[in-house]
Design a protein around this ligand. Sequence first.
Ligand SMILES: [Zn+2]
Length: 377
Amino acid sequence: MDFDLSWVLWGLPIAFVLGWLASRLDLRQLRIENRQAPKAYFRGLNFLLNEQQDQAIDAFIEAVQKDPDTSELHFALGNLFRRRGEYERAVRVHEHLLSRGDLSRADRHRAQYALALDFLKAGLLDRAEEALRKLEGTAYEGQALPALLAIYERTRDWAQASEVAQKLEASGQADFSGRKAHYLCEQAINAAPADAEKLLRQAMKAAPDTARPRLELAALQRRAGDSTAAYKTLSRAAQRAPAAIPLIAKPLVEAAVAAGQQPEALEILHTSYELSPSLDVLEAIVALEREPAEAREWYVKHLKREPSLVAATRWLAGEKLEHEQFHPHVQKALEHAVKPLTRYRCAACGFEAKQHFWQCPGCQAWDSYPARRVEEL
Ligand SMILES: [Zn+2]
């Protein structure tokens, strides 16, 4: 068969030229489209870089109107609104994104998370909770669960907080046993005595080496009139959480006196004091010593170890001074000077308080208050 090679010789370059022309045409079309929409976008970006957020928003709105399909632009706009505190507009942008049928799964989750942040920032906790709940099982779960936990803590919904802490622990984020024990203790505060005891025992099981569950169980037992049980609970607490003995010392003394266990309690306190002298343990020892002179000797002993103004003031209070008529004035001035030294201070934010807190009222951190007074830090 006769095959005309000239067809191949002509055909190949023609096909090549046609292909090249088609590709140029496509590129030109794309360039024209791109030139129209991103102009406003780049203008917005420019404003944003110059910290002119108002103008940036106007430019972005224009860009979004020209090309309503650009999801990235919507995200940028929504975040801008949120940062400026215009939560209603941020919500509208993110809800608009979510209503779009063509949104990819990943972008849908991203918009859902952005919406949750809008509600969180706006303080609409119930709507934030609803939005965050929808993110469980998605790539945003790692961010959503801690945010949910913060909401439940703020609304003091301890049962839900426990459930989220459980999930966070299961995902291997951190150890939440101490936190779960706190939630149980918080639930016990408003529960009937029998239920409270059950909750506190659960808390003891969740975090056996923490002081709070045993301290609160002992208080419950004291209220029920069972001082012997309270003493046992507290001495066990001192054993399991020796760092918290300064917090345990006072109720331990009260329970020991009521249960007739003074010598045993004194032994626990002496041992703890020798290991690490603390003002609260010192006061507890002084309270348990039968001989007043011997008790006051403990302040002097403490002063030899630690230059403590608090201990000096306590010692002076019982001392007979030469000019006795001035003593109350001197004592008052000293007590006043000592007051700030006997506070507790949050290690996370520095918030100081007269009483010890398990959760800081300033920064909401748990267990951020050391068991020691400011003077001892
Ligand atoms: Zn704090």
